[in-house]
Design a protein around this ligand. Structure first.
Ligand code: NAD
Ligand code: WQD
Length: 343
């Protein structure tokens, strides 16, 4: 059985990926310091798959701790590196926290991989590296635009760190996955997104408003150059996204990568506006989302959606879940969280 380390595996995308990895027959070791997740997620994963993943409560900044852990779990075949701080606004307030956490965690792993004979790494990157692309849909060879936040910059610098490291070390392989906007939850509603405090992202804000935790959703701008004036994004189901990691992992472990660093956009290829998302959410779930139009949010991109052809053709992966089912899953998950709060 192939052994995979998943850093940040108790988090939103990580937990869904652990489920898919286990269901595909991989043995998973999660490393997470629970800075943005709860330990109960491990039981949620176990309930879905029937297998409890190994869980190591460790900070990826702890080089010595990581070294010991990799000695303990010898024979690891690959790492999927999700662990990072991800709140754009917070990164503007606390840039050094973001640079330290996101860059040093990655550097620790890259430095320790050859020491422990680990050759493969999958890295969580983001469509944020494209900024406002000149051409839509955006493909992987589009130019990288100056980052709009320290968070965005960490993703760009991490990609460069990986490229430079692999250039110097011929035996390592990396896959950089650029996610568009992951949303939704596992259909079992046993795992999902756990936003910390007031959500920054659209869909958690919608579900929290619909359940009554927030009074009203603010729609940030209706004067953009888009059909209804609100911003457009490529919203991708988190389970679809998780499955892409399994496909990428198999490609690496079967030695099918054509370059030492491969890059894939993970999106649906379809752009939806903020107002369309609200409308579909209300229709499919039969609930109201009180909302009002307010001014633009600083740093927002007007429109971006993926050209996912490379992932479709080369990885053999395509997003299949409908936006309707995805927004249903987000609502089911929010209701499940509400039940827990009552208990
Ligand atoms: P998340 O916060 O839910 O998950 C990240 C996990 O990493 C958390 O469980 C957290 O406790 C853990 N973690 C953070 N720093 C750590 C450290 N130093 N050591 C150990 N564990 C640590 O976030 P997510 O949405 O699942 O995102 C996962 C990855 O995908 C991140 O790298 C993020 O930047 C990237 N990404 C996310 C999105 C998105 O919209 N969610 C989009 C593009 C890229
Ligand atoms: C989506 C749309 C908002 C909240 C961010 C990061 C990006 C990536 C994904 C990690 C925008 C609008 C939102 C609200 C709103 N993360 N909105 N009211 O901004 O595309 O991307 O998350 O890499 O790096 O920047 O996602 O969910 O915040 O916003 O109108 O209360 O919803 O203006 O148009 P975004 P989001």
């Amino acid at each position: 059985m192939k052994k995979i380390i998943v850093t940040g595996g108790a988090g939103y995308i990580g937990s869904h990926t652990v489920v898919e990895l286990q269901q595909a027959g991989f043995e998973v070791i999660i490393i997470d310091n629970l800075s943005n997740s709860r330990v109960e997620v491990i039981s949620g994963i176990e309930k879905i798959t029937g297998i409890r993943p190994h869980f190591e409560n460790l900070d990826c900044l702890d080089y010595i701790g990581l070294d010991k852990l990799l000695k303990k779990h010898e024979g690891v075949d690959a790492i999927i590196h999700f662990a990072a701080s991800k709140a754009v606004g917070e990164s503007v307030e606390k840039p050094l926290l973001y640079y330290r956490n996101n860059l040093v965690s990655l550097m620790n792993l890259l430095e320790l991989m050859p020491v422990h004979g680990i050759k493969n790494i999958v890295f969580s990157s983001s469509c944020t590296v494209y900024g406002q692309p000149d051409e839509l849909p955006v493909s992987e060879n589009a130019p990288i635009k100056p980052a709009l936040s320290p968070y965005g910059n960490t993703k760009q610098v991490c990609e460069e760190i990986i490229r430079d490291t692999l250039h110097a070390s011929k035996s390592m392989k990396a896959v950089l996955l650029r996610y568009f906007n992951p949303i939704g939850a596992h259909p079992s509603a046993l795992i999902g997104e756990l936003p910390n405090g007031v959500p920054n992202n659209l869909v958690p804000f919608i579900t929290q408003t619909a359940i009554g935790l927030r009074k009203q959703l603010s729609v940030f701008g209706n004067d953009y150059n888009t059909p209804d004036g609100s911003c457009i994004r490529d919203y991708i189901n988190v389970v679809d996204l998780a499955k892409a990691h399994v496909t990428a992992m198999k490609r690496m472990l079967d030695n099918k990568c054509e370059e030492s660093v491969e890059v894939f956009n993970l999106g649906t290829g379809r752009g939806l506006s903020v107002l369309e998302i609200i409308d579909i959410f209300q229709k499919v779930n039969g609930v109201e989302v009180p909302h009002k139009i307010v001014g633009r949010r600083d740093g927002d991109i007007e429109k971006v959606w993926a050209n996912p052809e490379r992932a479709n053709k080369v990885l053999g992966w395509t997003a299949v879940e409908s936006i309707e089912d995805t927004l249903r899953s987000a609502w089911t998950w929010e209701k499940r969280l509400a039940e827990e709060r009552i208990k």
